[in-house]
Design a protein around this ligand. Sequence first.
Ligand code: NDP
Length: 376
Amino acid sequence: MALQRQLARSGPQFAKTSLPRVQSRSLQDIAITRTGKPIIRISGGRSSLGGHTATVFGATGFLGRYIVNRLARAGCTVVVPFREEMAKRHLKVSGDLGRVVFLEMDLRNTASIEESVRHSDIVYNLIGRDYPTKNFDLEDVHVEGATRIADAVAKYDVDRFVHVSSHSVSKDSPSEFYRTKARGEEAVRNIFPETTIVRPAPLFGFEDRLLHRLAKASNLFTSNNLQERFYPVHAIDVGEALEKMCHDDSTAGETYELYGPKQYQMAEIKELVEREILKSRRHINIPPQIMTPVATLMNKLLWYTTMSKDSVTREFLDQTIDPTAKTFKDLGIEPTDLANFTYHYLQAYRSSSYYDLPPMTEREKREEKKYLHVLD
Ligand code: NDP
């Protein structure tokens, strides 16, 4: 300022031509984190400088891409711990060169977890599994794994930790998935009390296991006759909420339940799906007494995702809402309804004989066969 005043005094002509250009940055752009670290919060695009350094565990899954993409395209540096080379490739292009950093990690290797979090100012844990695998049961993933990540976050005093849990969690639930998720929440809160807990409802989107399961299966096997009720939520809305949590420190220590605006019964969603794909899928209901041992066996023998004992149990549980938890409304987000997106996500399942072009006019029909092109 002093330099500018001095130049202004030495003559208006001189002052106009040789005033140095001072880069202006409003003070609100600079945020001081809980640990006193200054962060330049930028609103620029993927090539801008500044922003947060975020670690996203479980980024290779369905929801992961919706938060990695949002952070990376806003110029943040995103650390993606991974365990399978091929599963992470699509995330590379979500940010500018060098913005998406991959680190090999194993959920039982504490050193690799610590390496993944130690340079970050926010850590997201999206790691979860619907069914037990040969090396990890649900307890290993949702309680022990989450505990190890929270321990690393606390050890390196990372400013923020966002832990993605699940809807309907309860320590007394008949479902092992909901029980272990509830214990995971408790464990991370005990280690790092500022943890933000996010409980998403069943997600729908391009890579979901809800709409696509109903559209794909030539034979759909269930046990509860598609009677379960829940509030499906759009993956893009959850991604937006996770991004907002990064920029708003008042979300630290809070619990959010993120669910869609309308409750559906699974049978209603099946109807919507069939109307959209213009096909009818066969549905076979098998009593749980038979389905549970079959699902357990399939889960043990098959190497790809199928049913599990717990998925049969979950079919009999409707989504519960915790009235004390915060929601999309507290983040200023209006969640979108599943019915508005079925065409968008399912049009590829339509037969090629249905195409969405306007009907041909009589003249077009007459002219269509006028020319015969021989190409080779
Ligand atoms: P996905 O199953 O698509 O992805 C799970 C992620 O966790 C993957 O990146 C996977 O890695 C990782 N992971 C699983 N087990 C391990 C392990 N043993 N070691 C290391 N990484 C592991 O889940 P979504 O993206 O759909 O869901 C994200 C979170 O939201 C999860 O915690 C899930 O439980 C929760 N949730 C999801 C709902 C939904 O409808 N999708 C509903 C409610 C909650 P890899 O790719 O290497 O397998």
